[in-house]
Each structure stands twice: as C-alpha cells, then as structure tokens.
Design a protein around this ligand. Structure first.
Ligand SMILES: Cc1cc2nc3c(=O)[nH]c(=O)nc-3n(C[C@H](O)[C@H](O)[C@H](O)COP(=O)(O)OP(=O)(O)OC[C@H]3O[C@@H](n4cnc5c(N)ncnc54)[C@H](O)[C@@H]3O)c2cc1C
Length: 398
C-alpha cells in the first residue's frame, strides 16, 4: 500500500479529538519521563573517549530510528506533508499537537533534528519535486539522518566567506574544502552543503546549496575532542567529493536564499526547545531535595516558570499564524537564555551535590550546564540574533 492510500480516519477530527487520539497512543506506546526506558536525552552524545562516542552515537541512532518508525507506522509523523512525500496532507496544527504531546514523554527525535526540522523547510521552499519525493519519505520513516555542512574554520557567523569549492565536472560537481563544528556528521546519510560555485569576490552571491551523500570516499569525518574531554562535533574534510546534477538545491548561485530558509527553520527549532519543560523538572528537583520552602529557591523557580511560560506563549502565537517580528531569532535567544539560567539555578539548588561525579540528581543538570554555552553559538550566535532582531524586527540601521 502506498503512503497516499493509508486510511486516515484522524484527518476528520477537530483539535480536541485529535489530541485525545494522540495522547492515548502515547499513553500506550511511549516510556514515561524518568522511567528506565526514558531516552529523551539520547541525542546528547558527549562521550569521554572516541570509542564511547561511537558507541553512544550508534545507540542513539538505533533508538531514534526505531521510535521514528513507530511514529510513522502510527500515522503520526509529518502529517501535514503531502502524501507523495510520506505525509497525509493534514493541517499543520496536527504536527504541533504531536510535537507537544511527544515533549511530555521520555522520547526524543532530536538526533534527526536536521532531517525532520530543516531539510523539509528547505526542500518545500527551494527543492525540486524529485528531491522532495526522493528524500522526504525515508526521513519520515526514520531511515536517513542528515547533517549541515555550513561552518568552516574561517567562516562561521560570516558564511558569505565560505571557501569550500564546488567545481562543475561531468554529470555534476566535485567538492573540495573543510567544514567544522558539524553535529552528527558520523551518523548522517546526507548533508545540506553550502559551497562556492562563483568567485570569492561575489561573497554570498557566489554560493550554492547541495545535497551531499556522506557515504563516499571523498568525505572524511573526524570527531573533535573538546576542552571538557568530551566529543560532540566533527571536522569534515571534502576531497573531490561528488554531487550529481540532481543534488543542486535552488539555482546555481542561489545558496544564500536557501541558507536563509535553513537558518530560520533551525532557529525556530532550537527556540522550540530541545529540553522543553525544564522549569517543571527544576520544580521537581527542588521538591525532591526538600528545598522548595527556601525563599531564595522559590525566586529561582518562579523566574524559570515565567521564562518557560513566555516562550510557550510566544510559540503558540507563532503557531497560530500571528505576525511576530524576527520570530526565529527571538525564540532562539529566549531559549538559549532559559537553558543557561535554568541549568545555573539547578546547580544552586543542588549545592555541593553539583560537584559530585555521577550524582543521579546532578548528572542531567551538569550535562545541560555544560551544553548551555554551545546553545548560544549553534544556529547563529546570540550577537547575530540580536543584530537580526534589531535590523529586521525593529527596523534599526545596520
Ligand atoms: C552546539 C553547536 C552545534 C553546531 N552545529 C553545527 C552544525 O551542525 N553545522 C555547522 O555548519 N555548524 C555548526 N555549529 C557552528 C556554529 O554555527 C558556529 O559556531 C557559529 O555560527 C559561530 O561561528 P564561529 O564559531 O566561526 O564564530 P565567529 O563567527 O568567528 O564569531 C566569534 C564571535 O564574534 C561574534 N560576532 C561575529 N560576527 C558578529 C557581528 N556581525 N556582530 C556582532 N558580533 C559578531 C560572535 O557572536 C562570536 O561571539 C555548531 C555550533 C555549536 C556550538
């Protein structure tokens, strides 16, 4: 049976009815947060040795694939996508309901964040029909992970300076250059690649966007060891890697427009919150440790709950179609602040326990504390978000 023929009685449900249906499915199929089967943090791959890193990433991939496949089989993945792309052509609010319900459980698809949240936005806005029907269904079925090959040693905030070059060859392009800070490069089947097809002087007008197959001899992924001793990122060396003609997204020299779509969806996705409900978890921590009567702690809890509520309300406004100026940068900035302040509050509540290795209460918060500075950089730094809010949101001069 093709995707378009799958019977879909849920299409006719109103929001309340659909939510009840989704909630019942999660009740029956998803592990609870905090239960032994909870895998909500499986995407945080941050190991101390290279072997451990590969092992963790393999595990995260297996668990996420299995879960995404279950969502797909239950008709809960990409419902708003067209039938030919693996979806059901349902209204977009149904995907929001699924995401909201999913956030309550001990599950996560963040390992596939690029594939599920950025590739569709890019292909729906700039891709060909062939690219959509080729790449989107395997993403929904949990078969293909993707990464983003954007940043380079000399081009991060200023991607207009990217130097990785794509030169025209028979049947496509040959790509040579170096990318850095690539998350999940080792587990991704494909990459969204930004490369130079014009001259350096053309800056952003000389860039194009491609689909790069990561499983080929010209692609060398090298994990990077961080200051903390952990691994999260990779360097990716491209040496005569091949992209067929069908891999160009948008027109030649139109990479900047594609990039803008990609970054807007990335900011919205990060602002959507990879560890949503952390204020609720903070309140739980204070109660468990008997600190919730302490007025200083109550101040921290109240501030965290208010931040989370503001973010939720903002996201609901955006989802309901209200115009929010510079919506992506605003939510991304709020989220990275929230993550940093909430993790900091947790360490104050934990006190000395926060310094003890493997303390079960402290471990998840220390992980978040160490990851919080990265959230201020990934998807564009806080300073860049403020620039965009000032220029596009408030109309201030450059
Ligand atoms: C967790 C995480 C995940 C990431 N994942 C990926 C990935 O998968 N793929 C990928 O390609 N990259 C990824 N990155 C890289 C990320 O996009 C870059 O680190 C980021 O864009 C900043 O670039 P940079 O590190 O080169 O810093 P730079 O651009 O060199 O910036 C250095 C400092 O200067 C400031 N600055 C720069 N320009 C301006 C300006 N115009 N106005 C004001 N201040 C400015 C910046 O805010 C920053 O503080 C990731 C980074 C992190 C932390």
């Amino acid at each position: 049976m093709s995707d378009s023929q799958v019977p879909d009685p849920e299409s006719a449900l109103d929001r309340e009815g659909f939510q009840a249906h989704v909630r019942a499915w999660f009740e029956a199929n998803a592990p609870r947060k905090g239960s032994p089967e909870d895998f909500s943090a499986v995407h945080v791959v941050n190991a101390r040795t290279l072997e451990e890193y590969h092992e963790q990433e393999r595990h995260a991939l297996t668990v996420t694939r299995r879960w995404q496949r279950r969502l797909f089989d239950a008709g809960l993945a990409g419902r708003s996508w067209p039938a030919g792309c693996g979806g059901r052509g349902a209204p977009a609010w149904q995907d929001e309901v699924v995401a909201e319900e999913q956030a309550r459980w001990g599950v996560s698809t963040k390992m596939f964040a690029v594939a599920l949240e950025m590739v569709p936005a890019v292909l729906f806005a700039h891709g060909t029909h062939e690219q959509r029907v080729t790449h989107l269904p395997p993403i929904l079925r949990g078969e293909h992970g993707w990464c983003q090959l954007l940043s380079e040693p000399g081009a991060g905030s200023d991607l207009g300076g990217a130097q990785t070059r794509a030169s025209a060859v028979d049947g496509g392009w040959s790509v040579t250059g170096q990318k850095v800070w690539t998350s999940h490069a080792g587990s991704a089947q494909f990459a969204l690649l930004i490369a130079r097809t014009g001259t350096r002087e053309e800056r952003s007008a000389g860039l194009s966007c491609f689909v790069l197959d990561m499983a080929q001899p010209g692609v060398d992924v090298r994990p990077l060891r961080q200051m903390s001793g952990g691994y999260h990122f990779n360097e990716v060396f491209l040496d005569d890697a091949f992209v067929p003609e069908s891999g160009l997204i948008g027109g030649l020299g139109e990479g900047w427009a594609v990039l803008k779509t990609m970054l807007a969806s990335e900011r919205a996705a990060i602002g959507g919150g990879t560890s949503a409900r952390s204020a609720t978890q903070l309140v739980g921590l204070a109660r468990r440790l008997g600190r919730s009567d302490d007025t200083a702690v109550q101040d921290l809890l109240a501030a965290a709950v208010i931040r989370e509520r503001v973010l939720d309300l903002l996201r609901s406004r955006i989802a309901a179609g209200h115009q929010v100026a510079a919506a992506g940068p605003v939510t991304k900035l709020l989220y990275s602040e929230h993550a940093r302040l909430t993790a900091g509050a947790a360490t104050e509540i934990l006190g000395t326990a926060a310094t003890v290795a493997d303390d079960p209460d402290a471990a998840p918060w220390i992980e978040r504390l160490l990851f919080a500075p990265g959230l201020r950089l990934g998807g564009g730094t806080d300073e860049i978000q403020r620039n965009v809010i000032a220029e596009r949101g408030l109309g201030l001069p450059r």
